[in-house]
Design a protein around this ligand. Structure first.
Ligand code: PMT
Length: 408
């Protein structure tokens, strides 16, 4: 794949050299573009030696005649057309601001506006700059535009502080870029909202009710969807999984918090997939003090939690809604009942409570029911494979519903 790598003017520019190596190790051809500020940190010769290509250092750099000037002036169009992915690392606060606001005052920012393929941004800056409202606003504009992000990591920064803002490891960035070579981009432009993991419902300051969901199924869906070009927001209960690259995560604990997060994202979503194992009951009045153990029985008066799937089903409009059903028996009947009563377009049914699939397992086996009357079986297979099949069936169902005039 042909990758154009924009290098911004931050101390992390030196790590862009490692990124060139990581990309070339994966068989990609790399054209480096450096901003003027980047050249203060690393010599263009370094990148020329690594990439085997001349480094582009400015709109009219090296032009000595009017013909040169003309060819330089349109060179960014040629690069924009000839390359498959634009990666910017480090993407400084200044570059993010220019990209977000369409400012084109050098080769890289001009190239960005002319480029129509996938964009991968790897921000790096001081923590205060990262947390600044202006930067966060620019980031949300760029995420809305559908760009992928190798978010910065927490750690020691060159300015002597620690915190968020450290450039993601070159291999992680190269892995994210590599996805654009491997997979079909059939979810480009989709905003997919996915829930995953358990919820925790407090009984007192020390104890809570939860379940065995590890989040693997929902995280596999998020990972597969972002690799296929979707903009993915993952609303996650407490799990011990890393957020997949390029995915925006909202971490919640209780069913009420999950419901609030889902409803706040609903407007911007085109597809909603509810893989989370949401608690069905909770203690509505949690005592402030730890319940003391006595010899007597402990009766608990629990209330039903908000039924998020049902609420989304009522408000989904033309969006596609995919529910899950976790049952120990009557799987298909229960799944069908949920599909109708919660107004789902599809329900992914899986038996739980057995060894090897379902909760916590690496594998899953599902029966997918659609409101077009189809029943598709998949697995037992890795959850990453099951996730791909579910996404395939969502796209297929959408075509079916459109063909019979039911928009979704
Ligand atoms: O996370 P893993 O360890 O990988 O395990 C995967 C899984 C077994 C958790 C997953 O495949 C799965 O089945 N998720 C749904 C579990 C669940 O809560 O199923 P349910 O039949 O109880 O709920 C039906 C649907 O309603 C689900 O989409 C659920 O997200 C939703 N729900 C449930 C209760 C509630 N209060 N609000 C909801 O939205």
């Amino acid at each position: 794949m042909r990758v154009v790598l924009g290098v911004g003017g931050g101390i992390a520019a030196y790590k862009a050299a490692e990124l060139v190596r990581a990309l070339e190790k994966r068989g990609h051809q790399v054209q480096v573009v450096m901003t003027a500020a980047a050249q203060q940190f690393v010599q263009p010769l370094t990148f020329a030696a690594l990439s085997g290509q001349k480094v582009i250092t400015g709109l009219f750099a090296g032009a000595t005649s009017s013909e040169d000037t003309l060819s330089s002036a349109v060179e960014h169009i040629g690069v924009a057309q000839d390359y498959d992915v634009l990666v910017v690392a480090p993407a400084t606060a200044d570059l993010l601001a220019k990209f977000a606001n369409g400012i084109a005052d050098d080769f890289l920012t001009t190239l960005y506006l002319a480029f129509t393929g996938p964009v991968v941004l790897a921000p790096a800056m001081n923590s205060n700059m990262w947390n600044h409202a202006a930067t966060q606003r620019n980031l949300s504009v760029l995420r809305e535009r559908g760009h992928s992000f190798a978010d910065p990591e927490d750690g020691w920064l060159a300015c002597g502080t620690t915190g968020p803002g450290r450039l993601a490891e070159p291999d992680r960035i190269a892995e994210l870029v590599g996805r654009f070579a491997q997979t079909k981009h059939d979810l480009e432009g989709e905003h997919i909202l996915i829930t995953a993991g358990p919820t925790q419902e407090p009984l007192d300051p020390v104890r809570y009710i939860t379940n065995r969901s590890s989040g693997k199924m929902g995280y596999a869906l998020a990972n597969a969807a972002v690799a296929r070009g979707a903009l993915v927001t993952l609303v996650s209960g407490p799990v011990s999984l890393p957020v997949p690259l390029g995915v925006t995560a909202i971490h919640v604990r209780t069913a009420v918090e999950m419901r609030d997060a889902v409803m706040s994202c609903l407007e911007d979503s085109s597809i909603i997939i509810k893989a989370a194992a949401v608690a069905d009951y909770y203690l509505s009045a949690v005592p402030h003090r730890k319940m003391k153990k006595t010899a007597a029985r402990l009766p608990l008066e629990l209330d039903p939690t908000p039924d998020i799937l049902a609420e989304v089903g009522q408000k989904k409009g033309g969006r596609m809604l995919i529910g899950f059903a976790a049952e120990t028996d009557h799987l298909i009947d229960e799944a069908r009942r949920k599909m109708v009563t919660k107004n789902c377009d599809m329900v992914v049914a899986n038996l739980v409570g057995q060894e090897g699939t379902g909760f916590e397992a690496d594998l899953n086996e599902v029966t997918i029911l659609t409101r077009a009357g189809e029943t598709i079986h998949a697995g037992p297979a890795e959850k990453s494979e099951i996730a791909e099949r579910i996404l395939d069936q969502i796209l297929r169902l959408r075509l079916t519903l459109r063909a019979i005039g039911e928009t979704a």
